[in-house]
Design a binder for this molecule. Structure first.
Ligand SMILES: [Zn+2]
Length: 310
């Protein structure tokens, strides 16, 4: 396509426009549509356009995929999204705008991942490069008694069900709040050796805050209380636990609480007290463990505290 208007008017539509460095690459493939608009024909339906953030993701980041798409006769039909061989749901955030959140973890291999987005008759194949990241390691020596502690089937089952939630509503807005004012004692992603043996499947799935025993734990963002688990019911390893469903596949879990102030089903606002710091379950001392999950995978909460998701 090579369309040049009169020499008096330097506007160029077509290949020459590629040289405009500020032009998003996504737009360039749809110059056909601009041409139709330029001719004054009725605006066509927006084609499938995909944006990936952050621009240079690293292991442990969640990816924020924005898709501009609408099927003319079915405006609520979501585009299909496949990332690294798995399917993920897209949620409509406004007219013709869809969002998909994709988890990456310290256990993933860094490098190129394939992202495939399919709408009615159209497919976009993108390569997303996930940067490697250094995670510190800890060496823990546990007594045989502690080492042999097993979670109960009840806590395993309830936590598994909780992490699988994909509620269509979105309950959070803007940046997350830190859930406790204590200092960070263990960052996300730390790898461990237990009694000298590297734990292949282990990474620290959250952030630990060393708040004082009984200090308040607040909801980092809006959500619905989807899990309350107590030691007395069999939450032997997790301790007293609260799980918040923030919606659209995003969940938060709070462990080792001394006190729980909410009930299952209750809606909570960002900043609302949901419990207090404790040392229940498998815990060497009072601290809060906060895990943030996207579609069941624990991701680094730090960017969310910095408000990278609008
Ligand atoms: Zn922890």
């Amino acid at each position: 396509m090579r369309l040049i208007t009169s020499s008096a008017n330097p506007v160029v539509i077509g290949e020459r426009a590629l040289s405009l460095s500020y032009f998003p690459r996504i737009v360039i493939s749809h110059l056909r549509l601009f041409f139709l608009l330029w001719l004054g024909t009725p605006a066509p339906v927006l084609a499938l356009a995909v944006q990936v953030r952050p621009v240079t993701p690293q292991l442990g980041d969640a990816l924020d995929i924005r898709i501009q798409y609408q099927k003319p006769d079915r405006p609520d039909l979501a585009p299909r999204v496949e990332f690294a061989g798995k399917n993920y749901p897209a949620f409509k955030i406004q007219a013709q705008q869809w969002q998909v959140l994709l988890p990456t973890t310290p256990l993933d291999t860094p490098g190129k991942k394939l992202l495939k987005v399919t709408g009615e008759g159209e497919t976009r194949n993108l390569a997303v490069w996930i940067k490697n990241r250094f995670f510190p390691t800890q060496r823990l020596w546990l007594s045989p008694a502690v080492n042999s502690l097993e979670p109960t089937p009840l806590e395993l089952q309830r936590v598994k069900e909780f992490k699988a939630l994909q509620t269509p509503e979105r309950y959070w807005q803007g940046a997350f709040l830190r859930p406790n004012q204590g200092p960070v004692t263990t960052i996300f992603g730390v790898r461990r050796y237990y009694n000298g043996e590297f734990a292949e499947d282990y990474y620290h799935r959250g952030i630990d805050y060393g708040g004082a025993l009984g200090s308040p734990v607040v909801a980092p963002a809006g959500g619905q209380v989807a899990l309350v688990g107590l030691v007395a019911q069999g939450f032997r390893l997790h301790g007293n636990t609260v799980g918040l469903d923030h919606g659209q596949g995003v969940t938060s879990i709070f462990l080792h609480l001394s006190r729980v102030d909410v009930r299952e089903g209750e809606m909570v606002k960002a900043g609302q007290v949901i419990g207090a710091v404790g040392a229940t379950g498998i815990s060497t001392g009072p601290h809060l463990h906060w895990g943030l999950y996207v579609h069941g995978q624990s991701i680094d909460p730090v960017p969310w505290l910095q408000g990278w998701l609008p």
